[in-house]
Design a protein around this ligand. Structure first.
Ligand SMILES: [Zn+2]
Length: 193
């Protein structure tokens, strides 16, 4: 399935707020309401939109301890780790320690109990670090021409392939096929009254 610039704009709006009324999306993207609906449906069917979810601020519920763990685990035991509520992310990685996880525990006491539980499961060489401060946490994966969305250069109109050149104006990203087009576009914009 091919996706285009309009799909990209719809995705961006929904990533910002999944509850944006269809009417508002239609107005912003400049297409009809039924078209917005059918495009959203197509994005869901195509697996681009996995689900609409709710982001919770865990710290608003209670102060938690966020942990990064690296450990050596037999692949057969990964299923059991997946079942643990404290573990929110699991990555299989290269190296002696084959698993990296992100976990949340409520306090130091529970932290020790939690480490003991994963070690009882057979995890070895557990190396845990407490996160002091989250500097960047991106819930939305950025979408762009990388995921098979066909975009045309906004200066010359030819298809943007491979490496592209992005330029942000009024919070909207514009794409160009080459640095020359980007430069020409910027020049054109700067001459506008
Ligand atoms: Zn171009």
């Amino acid at each position: 399935m091919a996706y285009d610039r309009t799909d990209l704009e719809i995705i961006r709006i929904l990533q910002e707020n999944a509850r944006t009324p269809v009417m508002n999306i239609a107005r912003e993207v400049n297409i009809s309401r039924p078209t917005v609906n059918s495009r959203i449906e197509r994005l869901q069917k195509g697996g681009i939109i996995k689900k609409f979810t709710t982001i919770i601020d865990r710290d608003a519920i209670s102060k938690n301890i966020l942990l990064i763990l690296r450990m050596k685990v037999d692949k057969k035991k990964i299923g059991a780790l997946k079942e643990m509520n404290e573990i929110i992310e699991i990555y299989e990685t290269l190296g002696e320690k084959n698993l990296t996880c992100k976990a949340i525990v409520r306090d130091m006491e529970r932290l020790q109990e939690f480490i003991k539980r994963i070690s009882d499961l057979g995890a070895g060489e557990i190396d845990s670090t407490i996160v002091l401060n989250t500097i960047k946490e991106e819930y939305e994966s950025t979408v762009g021409p990388e995921i098979g969305i066909t975009l045309n250069c906004e200066y010359c109109g030819s298809e943007v392939k491979g490496s592209h050149f992005k330029f942000k104006i009024h919070n909207k990203e514009h794409y160009f096929c080459c640095p020359v087009c980007l430069k020409s576009y910027k020049k054109k914009m700067s001459h506008r009254p």
